[in-house]
Design a protein around this ligand. Structure first.
Ligand code: C2E
Ligand code: MG
Ligand code: MG
Length: 760
């Protein structure tokens, strides 16, 4: 019997050692406390085993020492483990030191026992015919028991409180340990206090150690997991349907029940209800899938993310499956809204430029057999509209134009806002009706209270011939076409054609060469004589000619309009004025009393200080200002009238003679003429019709000449080609004449020869 227990102890010690080596590889935090507890279990077990086996006093007494002192270490380790296991900590350092102190004292007093014999002694009794040494407790032993029982009781109380306070699913982990401790403690106490020979209670501690090992390191509360998972599934906002291996619905959570309208837990109806809701049959096979389902359409659409997963056992057999359905309508709508905002202009709700270009690209690519037209649409003087009527009115105008596009662009067209006041459209070629478009644009008005404003809209059209061209280039071409609209109010639509293309190329070609041409003096002033009533040449007009090394002789009509458009006219005019001054300066040296008229473009006033440049030039060449006559056109006075008048006044005060060129060719305002600071009226050659019997033209001419006289101006008629015209004009009172009748514009040397022959 004793040997049997001793054998059992050995087996338990070995089992504990095995548990320890397994525990070492655990990742749990409590591992340290468990290892310590298991280690501390071994000495008292060995002590107990020695006592059981001893038949002599000395080994039995040694066994007792090992047992009691081992018990002190074990009780300390048990306390430490309890704190870790129950996740509590010492309230402060003092109680911990106190516990350490009383246990240390216990060890010390045992160490003194051989000297004082105050703790315990052993006495032999006969068990199974052999001596068994049992303890005779003295004062020291009582101290030991008080401490050990005290701490043991504290441990029990901690476990008890922890167990009571825990949720039911957690109780198990405290309950098992508590019961084991109570039983083991009770068993041991029975031996201790009844002094029943052959104490075997350490066997209980062995079992306790193994339980600790399992519960602390390996126990996973399965019921707890089950509960947690079930709660999770119930509380999840997603709908979940669980199916058994045969595809029968066995459970569904609340959102799922509500989603399909399940009643009375009749889960097996769920496939049928799902089909009713989502339109397709629920797949009961063991496949896994996921995707987004749309229910309804347009703004009423709802979106659901659905995923079906199967559950398999360790052998890979399907044990069931589940379907989750999440309502993602809000996210989808937000996403759609964001996508919409990114592709639509906030003011007009039309496509943004980028999205418009992408959409046009797609349309053209997807319909290879369809011919298209691209429209560049612009509101004329939109800045002015904003300034005069306010931005609110401007915004309304843009919105109205957007509505206009919605109403007029066919459904297989594309349109959007390119930016500011410009819009872009793509229409199938056959849907394009120029006449209708002109009419519709002509009827575009904006109301402001009782007032109706006509808004002028210009459209440049490019027929998509080069389909692979970048969309932005297509619009560049349409824009080019639009910019050729000269008569701003009658015509609204212009087409991109070969001429525009060539014009653009030509403009680029000559613009790139102008600087070089001026440097090399390839631009040359030609002089056309101006004759007075006595037939004397009194002056000349300087007219530019470009002697181009490759393109030959270029008349002003080939380059002046290009440079007036891009502003480079400033360079030419500055150059021409200088040439005129050089000639005048030369003439002065030769004693010739002639003037030269130079042309001033309206653009010059934008890009330079005309008055000061001209004054500086005359100063530089030391000329009499009256020798350099200034020709301006009526368009100069179209904008910024006051300032322009000041400039002209300034020049006249300096002694310059200002001429109004091409009078009658533009928007001549007779009203303006009376205040106009000019000395000479150059009457446009259109009044000299080939038909000399044109009474109306003659009447107008006569009146202009009279008018100029009345306003104290000289009149000069351009384009005199015949003797008859000259005589007629002389009779009418015109003072100066210029025209082919006398001479065409001539290069300087020819002009010189003309002068020589003229006086002869
Ligand atoms: P403009 O200033 O009105 O010049 C008179 C134009 O009438 C010249 O044309 C001249 O050659 C032409 N002309 C003169 N007599 C007759 C005639 O009897 N019959 C006909 N059919 N035409 C006649 P051109 O030289 O071709 O110049 C055209 C326009 O180009 C000029 O009109 C002027 O506005 C502009 N221009 C020429 N050179 C310059 C320049 O250096 N600077 C600026 N800004 N413009 C210039
Ligand atoms: Mg002129
Ligand atoms: Mg003229």
């Amino acid at each position: 019997m004793r040997y049997a227990f001793a054998g059992l102890y050995i087996v338990m010690v070995l089992a504990i050692l095995a548990c320890m080596s397994v525990a070492k590889s655990s990742y749990r935090k409590i591992k340290g406390a468990v290892l310590m507890l298991l280690t501390m279990l071994i000495p008292p077990m060995i002590g107990n085993m020695i006592i059981i086996l001893s038949t002599a006093k000395i080994p039995a007494t040694i066994g007792c020492y090992i047992y009691f002192i081992g018990m002190d270490s074990f009780i300390m380790a048990l306390l430490h483990f309890t704190f870790e296991y129950c996740v509590i900590s010492w309230p402060s350092k003092i109680p911990r030191y106190l516990v350490h102190a009383v246990l240390t004292i216990d060890v010390i007093q045992y160490a003194m026992n051989p000297i004082f014999g105050h703790a315990f002694d052993t006495e032999a009794i006969q068990v199974d015919g052999r001596p068994y040494y049992r303890v005779i407790p003295y004062l020291g032993q009582t101290y030991h028991r008080v401490i050990v029982y005290g701490i043991f009781a504290a441990v029990l109380v901690i476990f008890l409180i922890k167990m009571i306070r825990s949720a039911r699913v957690y109780m198990e982990r405290y309950f098992v340990i508590l019961i084991t401790l109570v039983l083991t403690g009770g068993w041991q106490s029975y031996y201790i206090f009844s002094r029943t020979p052959v104490e075997k209670s350490m066997a209980g501690y062995g079992i306790f150690g193994l339980l600790i090992f399992y519960f602390a390191l390996y126990y996973r509360p399965l019921t707890l997991l089950d509960r947690l998972l079930a709660n999770m599934a119930s509380d999840m906002p997603d709908a979940i349907f669980f199916y058994d291996a045969d595809g029968r619905c066995i459970w569904a959570n609340k959102p799922a029940i509500e989603l399909v309208g399940l009643k009375d837990d009749k889960f097996d109806r769920s496939p049928e209800l799902l089909q009713k809701k989502f339109g397709d049959k629920y797949d009961v096979s063991d496949s896994e899938w996921s995707g987004v389902k749309t229910v309804g359409c347009g703004s009423k659409a709802s979106y659901y993310f659905q995923a079906k997963r199967t559950v398999r056992d360790e052998k890979g057999h399907v044990t069931g499956s589940f379907l989750t359905i999440r309502d993602i309508t809000a996210e989808q709508k937000l996403l759609q809204q964001e996508r919409y905002n990114a592709t639509h202009d906030s003011l007009t709700d039309l496509f943004t430029k980028e999205f418009l270009f992408d959409s046009i690209r797609k349309k053209i690519d997807e319909n290879p057999d369809q011919d298209y037209m691209v429209h560049y649409i612009d509101i004329l003087n939109f800045k002015l509209i904003n300034d005069v009527f306010g931005t609110e009115f401007g915004d309304r105008t843009l919105k109205k134009l957007a509505t206009f596009l919605r109403d007029h662009v066919p459904s297989d067209g594309v349109f959007g806002r390119i930016g500011g006041d410009t819009f872009g459209v793509l229409v199938p070629k056959e849907a394009f009706d120029e006449k209708k478009l002109e009419e519709d644009l002509n009827a575009f008005t904006m109301n402001e209270g009782p007032l109706e404003h006509h808004i002028v809209i210009h459209v440049g059209v490019y027929e998509v011939v080069e389909r692979d061209m970048e969309i932005s280039f297509m619009f560049d071409r349409a824009l080019l076409a639009m910019s050729t609209i000269e008569d701003e109010y009658q015509t609204h639509v212009a087409f991109y054609d070969e001429k525009i293309r060539n014009d653009v190329l030509w403009a680029q070609h000559i613009s790139a060469q102008l600087k070089e041409a001026l440097r090399k003096r390839n631009v040359v002033p030609y002089l056309q004589p101006i004759v007075d009533t006595d037939g004397n040449i009194v002056g000349a007009e300087a007219l530019a000619r470009w002697i181009h090394p490759h393109d030959g002789f270029l008349p002003p009509s080939d380059f002046i309009p290009v440079f007036e458009k891009n502003g480079m006219i400033v360079e030419i005019d500055r150059y021409m004025w200088r040439c005129a001054c050089e000639i005048l300066s030369e003439w002065e040296k030769q004693g010739r009393d002639l003037f030269i008229s130079v042309n001033i473009s309206p653009k010059d006033f934008y890009f330079m200080d005309v008055a000061s440049e001209i004054k500086d030039l005359v100063k530089e060449f030391d000329l009499d200002p009256s020798k350099l006559r200034i020709e301006i056109t009526e368009t100069v006075m179209m904008t910024d009238v006051e300032n322009r008048m000041k400039v002209l006044d300034d020049l006249r005060n300096e002694g310059f003679i200002v001429e109004m060129d091409d009078f009658g060719s533009g928007y001549s305002s007779l009203n303006l003429l009376k205040d106009m600071p000019v000395d000479v009226l150059k009457i446009d050659m259109r009044f000299l019709t080939s038909n000399s019997d044109d009474v109306k033209a003659r009447t107008i001419l006569q009146n202009i000449i009279n008018l100029s006289k009345d306003l104290g101006m000289f009149s000069l008629t351009e384009g005199v080609e015949t003797k008859k015209q000259l005589e007629m004009l002389s009779d009418m009172g015109c003072k100066l004449f210029q025209g082919y009748y006398f001479a065409k514009p001539l290069p300087l040397n020819e002009f010189d020869s003309l002068l020589a022959s003229w006086s002869a």
